[in-house]
Design a binder for this molecule. Structure first.
Ligand code: XMP
Length: 310
């Protein structure tokens, strides 16, 4: 694929479609939305407002790191603190689908909907790629074109049109364009992280304390497995407790599951054969986290398991 040609064509097309209107996009730090952000800013400069919504479900320092990566490229990203709104929408929920819906609705119907209205934007960039469209058509995924699924017609509701400059590319093409645009390796090769963030890695209630626990475990798993070459790796907090012994006292504490998978497109996956030494090292570090006394490694392939836990 000729990346330079793709970039030139998209920039020309964006300029022509948008004219002098204002545009907005939400950046997650993932490779798709990052590429859209850089393409958009190359084409439109300050006509494009890029926001990063802090939904309280991000990994350690993720909001600040993403803002910094783009600042280093001369692109301003507005960090919007919506933590309270997401936490209160999730409060008391334990059902996986209800938790996912709470995150999606809070993002689109409340936080981002409000930002779009305030911005006066006539266009909105979305990082939809070809695989998203194919999987939505096949009924595998439900995340593409989420507004339509929520019964919202963006033009009628908010007066904006959705633009999807990456809809002809697959993931490997997006990664190539990311490199050609000068995005750092950590963005171009970033492992997948789901839209509903750490909420997909907490079974049971999502509270600030439980988020903090899974966030600490995630730091350890990512540090230990970043050179594993695996497709994806994560820590999951279960909704259960087990007995253990600490400082010669019995305690009843929480359980973290480590998941590390080999996959091509996340449609199927198998557990990575990590070395016993590596697993022991992860276990030792994770059980030092306050409130955790067991660490398990998940061997289950997809199917029958999914990658995430909710
Ligand atoms: P599952 O859990 O469905 O995950 O086997 C397959 C792949 O998709 C990612 N994933 C998501 N990505 N929004 C996303 O952008 C989501 O709601 C979402 N749910 C799962 C998951 O991390 C894995 O790579």
């Amino acid at each position: 694929m000729d990346c330079e040609k793709f970039i030139e064509e998209q920039i020309a097309q964006i300029k022509e479609t948008v004219g002098q209107e204002k545009v907005i996009n939400a950046l997650s730090g993932g490779v798709d939305s990052s590429v859209v952000t850089v393409l958009g800013h190359r084409a439109l400069g300050d006509q494009l407002r890029t926001v990063f919504v802090d939904d309280a479900l991000m990994r350690e320092s993720e909001p600040e790191q993403v803002v910094k990566i783009f600042a280093d490229m001369g692109i301003t990203v507005d960090l919007v603190d919506a933590q309270e709104e997401f936490l209160s929408a999730l409060s008391g929920l334990t059902d996986p689908e209800e938790k996912r819906n709470a995150v999606t609705e809070t993002f689109y119907s409340k936080v981002f909907g409000r930002l779009v209205k305030e911005s006066g934007a006539k266009f909105l960039f979305q990082g939809t790629i070809l695989t998203d469209i194919e999987e939505t058509v096949a009924g595998i995924k439900r995340q593409h074109n989420i507004l339509a699924q929520l019964g919202i017609d963006p033009e009628a509701e908010y007066g904006y049109t959705v633009l999807e400059p990456l809809k002809t590319l697959r993931k490997d093409g997006v990664r190539q364009v990311a490199k050609a645009l000068g995005l750092p390796e950590e963005v171009a090769q970033r492992i997948p992280f789901p839209g509903p963030g750490l909420a997909t890695r907490i079974v049971g209630q999502v509270t600030p304390e439980r988020l903090e626990t899974v966030r600490k475990a995630t730091v350890i798993v990512e540090e230990e497995l970043s050179d594993s070459g695996a497709f994806q790796y994560m820590a999951v907090l279960l909704n259960d407790k087990a007995t253990g012994i600490r400082d010669n006292k019995r305690e009843f504490a929480q359980i973290i599951v480590v998941r590390c998978i080999e996959s091509v497109d996340a449609r199927t996956a198998t557990a990575t054969q990590l070395s016993w030494e590596k697993l022991n090292c992860i276990c030792e570090r994770i059980t030092q986290i306050k409130g955790i006394n067991r660490c398990l490694y998940d061997l289950t392939p997809k199917p029958p398991a999914t990658v995430e836990y909710i």
